[in-house]
Design a protein around this ligand. Structure first.
Ligand code: AKG
Length: 249
């Protein structure tokens, strides 16, 4: 698809999907490096960056933050022309990497991703940020494909409230039948990429299947974005104290 068409779709829908964004070699490199990372790097990094469904069972690793800060492969991937050019195209300006995350919905155990807007966590102005979601395998109705609400990025920030889910502590509180009807399920194949705007409402079901659902997310801000430091610090304080109370950190 032409760049102008990708940008047009992103602006209208608040998301795009590109099939086979990674070629076969790039995909096998991503899978191999993710496996290496989870087995050899994750055990060496701070607990606060690593989330498990069950903290006492290391096989239930579900999310890791800041892959790019811990590993040169991921840093290089985010900085690659392919990835950074797409981010800058969609943002309409220079893209700055903020975070790379690993997501793993474990067979039968992986919980739902509650409906949210990433911008609620980011605390930025203007909301000119995006998340890329690179699929390592199949993502579908049974194992928790991502679902988007088209055009929701144009309707501002919805109310969010605390969840008990580690990694997704906030979710939309006024979710309605209208939202259920509006959402589109984004079935993805290995190597496909989804990209969504920081105000696009999205969620994913729990993994009911016998298969994993693995992905790597890259968050980019446009370079004119400013952090609302005060709101950010307050939010992090609240989050940490909540997680401590739950014995999760
Ligand atoms: O992987 C998922 O289930 C959701 C990921 C997500 O919410 C995000 O990358 O913003």
């Amino acid at each position: 698809m032409k760049e102008t068409e990708l940008k047009r779709r992103y602006d209208v829908q608040g998301y795009i999907a590109i099939e086979s964004f990674l070629d076969a070699n790039e995909l096998s490199e991503l899978i191999a490096n993710t496996n290496r990372f989870t087995t050899t790097v994750v055990p060496t990094i701070a607990e606060s960056e690593v989330y498990y469904e069950d903290k006492t069972d290391l096989k239930t690793l579900k999310q890791v933050q800041h892959l790019d800060e811990f590993d040169a492969y991921f840093q290089k991937l985010a900085a690659s022309e392919k990835v950074s050019k797409l981010a800058s195209l969609l943002l309409g300006g220079n893209a700055v990497l903020k975070n790379m995350q690993y997501f793993n919905k474990i067979p039968k155990i992986g919980k739902e991703t509650p409906a949210h807007q990433d911008g609620y966590y980011f605390k930025i102005k203007p909301q000119e940020a995006l998340t890329m979601w690179l699929s390592l395998g199949d993502a579908d109705a049974e194992n928790g494909a991502v679902c988007y609400i088209p055009g929701s990025h144009k309707r501002g920030m919805r109310n969010h409230g605390r969840t008990s889910l580690l990694g997704f502590s906030q979710s939309i509180t006024d979710w309605s039948e209208k939202d259920n009807k509006a959402e589109i399920q984004m079935v993805a194949k290995p190597g496909d990429i989804l990209v969504h705007h920081s105000l696009t409402i999205h969620r994913a079901n729990a993994n009911k299947s016998n298969r994993t659902r693995k992905s790597v997310g890259c968050i980019f801000y446009r370079d004119d974005v400013k952090i609302d430091e005060e709101a950010h610090a307050e939010y992090k304080k609240q989050l940490d104290s909540e997680l401590k109370k739950q014995g999760k950190i």
